[in-house]
Design a protein around this ligand. Structure first.
Ligand code: PBG
Length: 338
């Protein structure tokens, strides 16, 4: 960037408000923009038929049985949303210490993947690789004497990724934060002939209070033993995010996720400036809930706060955003909002 003083006249010859006078001029000089192509819609799944149930901690978001999920996927396609991200709420009776249900090729997520693929084959399906929806202790990896085992967990995560790819997932998104899992998953996928399945790695995922509503949504909140600080990152750190991203890219990640989103826009920008790869931001459940609840209490305007928050991710350098606002934002971007 050149020194501003080198070429810019000072006031009153320069008046920055001149460019902001009218809507057409503001649009003409906008430095970033949001499009439907930037949106990824996370969706929650439950067992059952013709069922959708509200998630009290996430106003406006529901868990859907597979048939209802298919309707949501069709809605996503109609709105032009490129991809959805799926999260199962596993029945408690199927959760165990090892997260075994994650490896069942007929589990909820696999049935959901197959149903969505059959109904809307040209939409991207992203699946989360981590054991927390399946473990009785609520952790993303295997737990032994209060310690999350790394290499043992990676072995299981590779199998989980293969089960999802086999069912038809287009993008595997490891959110577990174990060391070395991206390389192991890439090797496993390639060996099984899934060399075209992408890996979107949650490279920089912080141990955050903003996941609270999500844990309620997938049913792991009240069973989580302790916290996830031994594997998710310390919110104090930024250099460490660059190391995480560098390692995941070296291991074969196609794109990366920064999570949470709004409180970590500096990380999005630093990563984008340091690596020429697609960077996604996850506007997580707590961020969504804050905006929804503030709007419900007439503290902020929902539409304005939602669109501003999403545009901010683009300004920070994100290629796209995982957001529970995806369908509402898409309607606005498509000019369908009343
Ligand atoms: C699980 C996972 C979490 C989220 C996505 N995948 C929660 C966690 O790590 O505890 C959070 C998403 C959100 O809050 O919207 N590995």
């Amino acid at each position: 960037m050149s020194e501003e003083t080198d070429y810019q006249a000072s006031y009153p010859a320069t008046r920055l408000r001149r460019l902001r006078q009218t809507d057409w001029s503001r649009r003409l000089v906008a430095e970033s923009s949001l499009s439907v192509d930037d949106l990824i819609w996370p969706l929650f799944i439950i067992e059952g038929n013709e069922t959708s149930e509200a998630i009290p901690t996430m106003p406006g978001v529901e868990r859907h049985s597979v048939d209802h999920l298919v309707s949501k996927a069709k809605e996503a396609v109609e709105l032009g949303i490129p991809a959805i991200a799926l999260f199962p709420n596993t029945p408690v009776t199927l959760r165990d210490a090892m997260g075994s249900e994650a490896l069942n090729s007929d589990n909820l997520i696999c049935r959901a993947i197959r149903a969505v693929k059959a109904a809307v084959p040209h939409m991207g399906i992203i699946t989360d690789v981590a054991l927390d929806p399946y473990t009785s202790h609520g952790h993303d990896g295997l737990l032994e004497d209060g310690v999350i085992l790394n290499d043992e967990s990676v072995k299981v995560l590779v199998k989980q990724a293969l089960v999802q790819a086999e069912a038809g997932a287009d993008i595997i998104a490891p959110s577990d934060m174990m060391d070395g899992r991206v390389g192991a998953i890439r090797a496993g996928l390639d060996e099984a002939g899934h060399e075209n399945v992408q890996i979107m790695s949650y490279a920089a995922k912080y141990a955050s209070a903003f996941y609270g509503p999500f844990r309620e949504a997938v049913g792991s909140g009240n069973i989580l033993e302790g916290d996830k600080k031994s594997y998710q990152m310390n919110p104090a750190n930024s250099d460490e995010a660059l190391r995480e991203v560098a390692m995941d890219l070296a291991e074969g990640a196609d794109s990366i996720i920064i999570k949470p989103g709004m409180a970590y826009l500096d990380i999005v920008r630093r990563v984008k400036d340091n690596f020429d790869v697609p960077v996604f931001a996850y506007q997580v459940s707590g961020e969504y809930a804050m905006i929804q609840l503030a709007a419900a209490n007439n503290i902020m305007d929902l539409e304005a706060a939602m669109m501003e928050s999403l545009l901010a991710f683009k300004r920070a350098g994100a290629s796209g955003i995982l957001t529970y606002f995806a369908p509402e934002a898409a309607k606005i971007l498509n000019g369908l909002d009343g």
